[in-house]
Ligand binder design. Structure first.
Ligand code: BTN
Length: 265
């Protein structure tokens, strides 16, 4: 995998010497977090051919069969506090959409907050995690992304077949995972350059990509389900929801799961 990535990576990508590829890991986020705690530098990238304990948001599993997808995590060490990174997941989602667009020529949308979707199917998910210094500043961020590349419908577990899709199901051709991974690494490196300087611009782009805005949605908080309309996404990435009684709430992505009223999207 490493050779395939390096041969497609932009010549200027300064993360080139910090890309580690493994056949199988528990979770690229977990392993990279461990490496971060042991001092791995900014721009370290970990790519695996499979994960035995891939994780998604809200404690869900991310199914990561061998050689079917791109499972990777990127380590950033921005010098800032956590409040300056509220838009990190949105920035990563846009960067991932740009990577797919530049590699395959179509741009997925984003189902708030962190799912890449196309033709109502989830193609990829993003899981961002932060670690802190004792003074509360950010020690590291991990951006993990799992992209379904070469799965056909029957390759997904029955319980997610209705909502899951893959790049090959969109294009009709086999996907070179190394090229996709390289595109992601280039795009995340470009995102890193503007992350703290161009927050407004990033969020404007996110609102264009976000297909949830304008939809009737269900918000699931544990056992509780509420219906409402997604009006917008604010500058920190919170979903602005209007309820039938006219009240409006800014919903944080860490607390709820959002569904379209009649299906996953
Ligand atoms: C989601 O669907 O809620 C997010 C899924 C994120 C999956 C990726 S795969 C690489 C990285 N390692 C993990 O354990 N999770 C992320």
């Amino acid at each position: 995998m490493l050779n395939a990535i390096l041969s497609s990576l932009s010549a200027e990508n300064s993360w080139r010497d910090k890309i580690h590829c493994y056949e199988s890991v528990t979770s690229t986020n977990d392993v990279l977090k461990q490496m971060a705690r042991q001092g791995a530098p900014h721009g370290t990238v970990l790519v695996a051919d499979s994960q035995s304990a891939g994780r998604g948001r809200l404690g869900r599993a991310f199914v990561s069969p061998a050689n079917m997808g791109v499972y990777m995590s990127v380590l950033l060490r921005p010098a800032c506090g956590p409040t300056q990174l509220m838009h990190l997941t949105c920035a990563a989602a846009c960067a991932a959409c740009s990577a797919i667009e530049s590699v395959l020529g179509f741009r997925p949308g984003v189902k708030w907050a962190n799912d890449l979707v196309y033709q109502k199917k989830k193609l990829a998910g993003i899981l961002t995690e932060l670690g802190f210094h004792p003074d509360g500043s950010v020690a590291y961020c991990i951006i993990g992304i799992g992209v379904n590349c070469n799965q056909q419908l029957a390759d997904f577990p029955p319980q997610i077949r209705q909502i899951a899709g893959s790049l090959t199901m969109v294009t009709g051709s086999p996907i070179n995972r190394g090229v996709v991974a390289a595109g992601m690494i280039d795009s995340f490196a470009a995102m890193n350059e503007v992350l703290l300087k161009e927050k407004g611009k990033i969020m404007t782009e996110y609102r264009k990509d976000c297909i949830t805005i304008g939809q009737q949605i269900s918000l699931v908080r544990g056992e509780r389900i509420r219906h409402g309309k997604a009006l917008d996404v604010d500058g920190d990435g919170a979903l602005i929801v209007e309820y039938p009684d006219g009240s409006v709430e800014a919903v944080n992505s860490g607390e709820v799961s959002v569904r379209g009223l009649y299906n996953y999207i």
